[in-house]
Design a binder for this molecule. Structure first.
Ligand code: IVH
Length: 664
């Protein structure tokens, strides 16, 4: 491609990609599938690689993360990033309002109330309409340049609409939605990685990532609530800031309140307390800001915070209850986690009888003893955490929590992991670890063996019928007859499930093996790239790093797993049992479905992902949601809302038999 042609094509691709990005992330009305989007993006990446002079800072390719940095450079804030003073009661808020009235010498003061987003502050500067940089707060004067990381946030415009001021700096908060955070933790759990404690700290950690490709994987979002350097923006009130944000397509809070009196302020913060529970992100308070810039200037500021704004902090919901015991859970990888067993207590809408104690160091630091009355709190965490001890209630009979020196299950001496915080049982034959590994292997996301839930796995391991996942394939009626409480029918189903699992695609096997840090999506990428378990096993770290979305931690972990004798023995037994070790060649590959878009729903005879592979192999596209553009809905049993939507939109609905008929 000559450079003239390349420049034209790059411009078209960029415009299209940003348009689809906005359709997807701002309007939630995508017109193309993720696969099509990726294809356009890849085409643009190729052009930019061949013609580096065409790469612009507002190119959508910049959102997927460039090369890792050695360290962050520093950015000096042109206007200092201040923090806010806090209040903790309605009385203090009224006092603050009185100060405003006195300071300005008037009865009513126009104020704006906004949610206080629990995230990490950033400043984002646009120059000549293009995103120039993003910086953290740092010490308020100088922060880290986190431009590459911020660009991975898809709702952040890289370019401003032409009719607006083109140079100004906005300020806001980077956060993670609770849903995104939970999903990420579920994936980590599946991959056997330690869970993150809360969205805020995880957000902070994600911004500090030197490898923007890692940041791109985190579900970060941003909300803006102010300006720093006004630049070309001629504004005179906070309400006008909101207007500018809105016009520029910069994400902002869904609810704001305008108040003139103390009563209205109180009403607004109460209303926000109700509304914030259904916001997708965590908020820890309300922020009051005087609207007029002239009045803001008149009120002035202290050395650390403005006198024209204040935060009102909502109390996190807490409860006090007795700590009955500290149990130790042994995870799949041997990590020992202390769990508090509590006298049941009602907190934020549910009865709580367990809470996390994170790790043993924390128990020591907080001096938590069995028998103590402890304060528990739900503050963005998935399960409640023990925050402190009510030492006034101590009677002297409380017992310190012993730090285990041996695994509570198998008695092996514990080791500390690399971070020197988590304790680990290093014995791979520890029966708890064995159970967790087998549960993982049989779970829905992995080999999906029905009839092999937690209880049955425990029974099988305790009865010494199985010691590892290979033993599952040696089970038969005779051995299973030894199990208690299992009828012939359930034994039959179990054996059938085990047999059928042999045909599962090998990415499920790779995921099911429980290699540290390997989740579903890594397993899929690895198998897509290598095609067979053998090729994967032979791959050196540098080969693994060539796979899309595989970073150095996963690569090292996979490499090491395949170099361990006991794992190789396990694989060789699984191979003899007849499991699929190489991607099946889809025999019916054709162009039959070219130009058609499919949505798959309900229960079918094969996994939806496998059916999607067949559709793609025959030229079709697969999308996750039904729209007027959908050509066919393939509906299995128990199809739900997608079927309804398809019927409404008059999309052709096929059952599995129709689909197979079309294929053959
Ligand atoms: S205004 C000079 N508005 O809370 C005014 N801050 O505790 C500075 N924050 O550093 C901040 N939501 O990181 C403002 N709607 C909001 C906010 C907000 C969250 C954060 C911000 C600030 C911290 C102060």
């Amino acid at each position: 491609m000559d450079s003239q042609h390349a420049a034209e094509r790059a411009l078209i691709l960029r415009t299209e990609l940003e348009r689809h990005n906005a359709l997807y992330y701002q309007q939630a009305t995508p017109e193309i599938s993720d696969v099509q989007f990726d294809a356009l993006l890849r085409e643009l990446q190729e052009i930019e690689k061949a013609h580096p002079e065409l790469l612009t800072p507002d190119s959508p390719t910049q959102r997927v993360g460039g090369a890792p940095l050695d360290g962050f450079s520093q950015i000096t804030h042109s206007v200092r990033m201040m923090s806010l003073d806090n209040t903790y009661s309605e009385g203090e808020m009224r006092d603050f309002f009185t100060k405003l009235q006195k300071g300005l010498g008037k009865e009513t003061v126009r104020c704006i109330i906004e949610p206080k987003v629990d995230g990490v502050a950033v400043a984002v500067r646009y120059e000549n309409g293009i995103l120039k940089y993003a910086a953290t707060r740092g010490d308020g004067r100088v922060g880290d340049d986190v431009t590459q990381n911020l660009k991975t946030i898809r709702t952040l415009p890289l370019k401003l609409p032409a009719h607006l001021p083109q140079t100004f700096e906005v300020r806001g908060e980077v956060y993670m939605t609770r849903a995104g955070f939970d999903q990420m933790n579920r994936e980590r759990e599946e991959a056997g990685e330690p869970l993150y404690a809360n969205p805020r700290n995880t957000t902070a950690g994600s911004l500090k990532q030197l490898d923007p490709r890692e940041t791109a994987k985190r579900p970060l979002s941003v909300i803006f609530y102010g300006v720093g350097d006004l630049g070309e923006a001629k504004l005179s009130s906070h309400a006008e800031i909101h207007r500018l944000l809105k016009d520029a397509g910069l994400p902002m809070a869904a609810h704001v309140w305008v108040c003139d009196t103390a009563d209205e302020v109180i009403e607004a913060i109460r209303d926000l307390d109700v509304k914030r529970k259904s916001l997708p992100y965590d908020t820890d308070g309300a922020v009051l800001k005087v609207d007029s810039f002239t009045e803001q200037r008149d009120l002035g500021e202290t050395s650390k915070a403005p006198r024209w704004a204040i935060a009102y902090k909502y109390a996190p919901e807490q409860a006090e209850t007795r700590l009955l015991a500290v149990d130790i859970q042994v995870g799949r990888t041997g990590a020992l986690t202390p769990v508090a067993r509590l006298e049941p207590v009602f907190l934020s809408g549910s009865t709580v009888s367990n809470a996390t104690l994170h790790n043993f160091e924390e128990i020591e630091r907080k001096d938590i003893r069995v028998g103590d009355f402890v304060i528990i709190e739900k503050a963005g965490e998935i399960i409640p955490a023990v925050v402190s001890v009510n030492k006034d209630k101590r009677t002297g009979g409380e017992l310190p929590v012993p730090i285990p020196t041996a695994c509570p299950i198998c008695g092996t001496a514990v080791t500390k992991d690399e971070s020197q915080v988590a304790l680990r049982c290093p014995n791979p034959d520890c029966s708890e670890q064995v159970k967790r590994r087998i549960e993982h292997f049989t779970s829905r996301g992995a080999m999906d063996i029905r009839g092999l839930g937690e209880q049955v796995v425990a029974q099988l391991v305790d009865a010494k019928l199985i010691h590892n996942v290979c033993d599952l394939y040696d089970l038969n009626e005779l051995s299973l007859a030894k199990l208690e409480r299992q009828g012939t029918k359930s034994i039959e189903n179990l054996l059938k499930g085990v047999q059928e699992s042999k045909q599962q695609p090998p990415w499920r096997l790779v995921f099911g093996l429980g290699i540290l840090h390997v989740g579903v999506s890594s397993a899929r990428s690895l198998m897509e790239h290598f095609g067979s378990v053998d090729a994967l096993g032979k791959a050196e770290t540098e080969d693994l790093l060539k796979v899309q979305d595989i970073g150095s931690i996963v690569a090292q972990s996979v490499h090491d797993w395949f170099r361990e004798e006991r794992n190789l023995m396990l694989l060789s037994r699984l191979r003899s049992a007849g499991l699929l070790f190489a991607n099946p060649i889809i025999e019916q590959a054709s162009n039959k479905f070219a130009g058609s878009t499919w949505v798959i729903t309900g229960t079918l005879s094969q996994g939806r992902e496998e059916i999607a592979d067949i559709i793609r192999a025959n030229g079709g596209k697969v999308s996750s949601s039904v729209s007027a553009k959908t050509s066919y809905l393939l509906a299995g049993e128990e199809a739900g809302s997608k079927l309804e939507k398809a019927t409404k939109l008059k999309v052709k609905v096929l059952n599995e038999a129709d689909f197979r008929a079309m294929l053959s």
